[in-house]
Design a protein around this ligand. Sequence first.
Ligand code: PMP
Length: 319
Amino acid sequence: MQALDDTSVAPRQADVLSHIGNTPLLRLRAIDREYPGVEIFAKAEYFNPGGSVKDRPALNMIREGERLGLLHPGKTILDATSGNTGIAFAMLGAALGYPVTLCMPSNANQERKRILRAYGAEILLTDPAESSDGAIRVARRLSAESPERYFYADQYSNPANWRAHYDGTGPEIWRQTGGRVTHFVSGLGTTGTVMGVGRRLKVYNPGVRIHAVQPDSPFHGLEGLKHLETALVPAIYDPSVIDAQMEINTEDAYDMVRRLAREEGLLVGISAGAGVLAATQIASTLNEGVVVCVLCDGGDRYLSERFWESEVPPGGWHI
Ligand code: PMP
């Protein structure tokens, strides 16, 4: 084992990291013209190099782990994730020289698994019937069995998750709206986005309303979001940050995803569709306001999903 102060094993630096955060805030003009007096903006998190909102917390968890001496060369980054956090860790691990092991349900989407393998991450598939909670249990067991081998990032319990949004996403939204934001809405996965952005916006202006989006049923297609009533509740979740809970139906979110592609030119993921739909529901109750939602990831990761099948002509593609 090499000594920690041996510079030959110091963590690598990588330019790609400097492009995480500072994402664009887009006005959804085709959507918000139905709500006179209300502006709807979307934080386009798929502009992050790993393609999602999760680059921010993954980088912060790594940096915090290094600072605390829990992560250093020789250790493997471990977490439970069915998608975007895994991609972020896989990308960052490759860039910084850390091996990455990810636990995920075996029914996780194909594109995701291929992206993870492309970055060289190890994937441990868990029982699909137990969904992301099953993956969490396996990650906990591995870390308990081999603490010297793994840095268990534990995104569901790690405060560096929500702090990435408290220090980054929240201030960016405040600045990009010129302090005019009145409502913020986003989905609950690990809950890091809503906890971090919500807390920060309330520091700037306690009157900002924070809305959280959940699927309307335990069996849903809103990838990345949790139905908290029937799931393991993340340790970082604090319901007092949230002013209103909203439930979104999967088919309705699909419709909004298609609409965003056709009317705004934005090809986004399903939770993004759910977030924009929730933003329109908030807008419909207002005479004036500035509503901000989050486009958590891009649509290219979902093109093999059933809801895009309707775009394929009967009998396939012909010239
Ligand atoms: N949407 C997608 C596509 C995600 O991957 C995630 C992360 N699980 C979320 C929304 C929710 O974000 P958070 O974990 O910050 O609650």
